[in-house]
Design a protein around this ligand. Structure first.
Ligand SMILES: Nc1ncnc2c1ncn2[C@@H]1O[C@H](COP(=O)(O)OP(=O)(O)O)[C@@H](O)[C@H]1O
Ligand SMILES: [Mg+2]
Length: 254
């Protein structure tokens, strides 16, 4: 199962949600891969901290080799890093990924990620984190994925932006990837006692948007876990925030 975590808006929780769901999946015994497509590299730092192994390479090396003819191109597995956590691997991003963007687009490399992932047999779950834009990398991820999770930060501007976002996903489904499903909207930084947040979620439900039952509340534990580069299931296994992620993961995997 390949999931893309997508929202054109930054700061809604894409990296936090992809990393923590992946860590829970791996902790539960599923062979899990995280792919970081955002040149900001937040997910890569979250999972690797400072211990980046420069010799292994990253997603930029993978894409660079698609731009020149290679008799024996390296398989994508050559760029995958082991993390400190059992069953959890990472294909890290690179700050220079943005420089390749227009070349990859001009040469129609949109299906390269999909093709590479279709050859990967060893993972039970793949989570793709994306940049805050609808660009070559997000489109590549949407082409490669089985399902799409949409983090949502309970903000009125974000709510309005959801409609064009859903449209973009549906258009990608029609034009590029018939199997792509919208798995659901993940409500993040939810404050159940704040009336405004409740009203916004009700407005989504009134419009028949697929809001997932299990919501993620706002907690300082999230920032602490980022700062320590330790996913919540290892950093604070008993914390309420971790329980919410476990419940969300359960809702997604049945
Ligand atoms: N549930 C949460 N509670 C508290 N802070 C959060 C929560 N989710 C995300 N954050 C914080 O918000 C910021 C943006 O989150 P991030 O996952 O990087 O979003 P994105 O990847 O969409 O840009 C980060 O500083 C993160 O620590
Ligand atoms: Mg991010």
């Amino acid at each position: 199962m390949i999931r893309v975590v997508f929202n054109q808006k930054g700061g809604v929780g894409k990296s936090s949600i992809s990393t923590n769901l992946a860590a829970i999946s791996a902790n539960g015994g599923q062979r899990t891969l995280v792919i970081d497509l955002d040149p900001q590299c937040n997910t890569s730092h979250y999972l690797l901290g400072e211990q980046v192994n420069e010799t292994v390479g990253d997603i930029k090396d993978f894409y660079e080799q698609t731009l020149s003819f290679q008799v024996h191109p390296k398989p994508v597995t050559d760029f995958i890093h082991r993390t400190a956590y059992e069953n959890l691997d990472l294909l890290p991003s690179n700050p220079e990924l943005g420089d390749l963007h227009s070349k990859l687009e001009a040469k129609h490399k949109i299906y390269k990620l999909r093709d590479a992932l279709s050859k990967l047999g060893e993972y039970d779950a793949v989570y793709i984190d994306t940049p805050p834009a609808f660009n070559f990398y997000t489109l590549s991820a949407l082409c490669a994925a089985d399902s799409c999770l949409i983090p949502f930060d309970c903000d009125e501007f974000s709510r309005q932006a959801l409609y064009s976002l859903m449209y973009n996903v549906q258009e990608t489904q029609q034009d590029h990837n018939e199997k792509l499903q919208i798995e659901g909207i993940v409500v993040n930084q939810y404050q159940p006692r704040a009336n405004a947040a409740k009203l916004i979620v009700e407005a989504l439900l009134d419009d028949d948007l697929p809001v997932l039952e299990n919501k993620i509340s706002s907690s300082v534990k999230m920032k602490e876990s980022h700062n320590e580069s330790i996913p919540l299931i290892y950093f604070a296994p008993k914390h309420k925030l971790t329980m919410e992620f476990l419940a969300l993961h359960g809702e997604l995997t049945g």
